[in-house]
Design a protein around this ligand. Sequence first.
Ligand code: GRF
Length: 201
Amino acid sequence: MSGKRLGILLSGRGSNFQAIADQIAAGRLNATIGVVISNRPDAPGLALARERGLPVVSLPSKAVPREDYDAQLVASLKSSDVDLVCLAGFMRLLTAPFIQAFPQRILNIHPSLLPAFSGLNAQAQALSHGVKITGCTVHFVDEGLDSGPIVGQAAVPVLNDDTAETLSARILVEEHRIYSEAIGRVLGEQWHVQGRRVVFE
Ligand code: GRF
């Protein structure tokens, strides 16, 4: 392992974290996981990170004021010297001081083709809206909900007999592919943000 240092934030299952760790281990993503942090001490993703021997931090968010919590997060990420923060199923909105501590250095993955279906249960939202194509999006994080500049997307067709579960499973395959790809591009290529557009040079 070598390269730039990632800080992974997760709240749950951690399959996107695992996909990133697998790509690094296979030598297909030139990066190091500096720390995996969870706001939920019981998150399965945190246990998986521990099993892999990665540095983990459990930082419970329950009953902690939002600003105080985000200050703790920033301190932890800075002390691990991370270059890029990757939200991987981290179920919290971030405060302005957190965003400003890592300008254009926070990525998120969302299970829809943004700007459609932001927020929770994006796959179920897509099904009930009746779209024929949905997908997933990697984007920079700003102070809004799933609203920052888009780094990469993949389309997934909606099938007649899809349920939220079957659709989510097919989207997840694409999430696992595009997240590492987007991280690799952000770390390894020249780019700038022009308005809302991320332009790779
Ligand atoms: C993924 O669907 C991701 O797009 C969303 O939260 C889910 C996290 O899944 N932000 P996992 O914990 O990475 O398995």
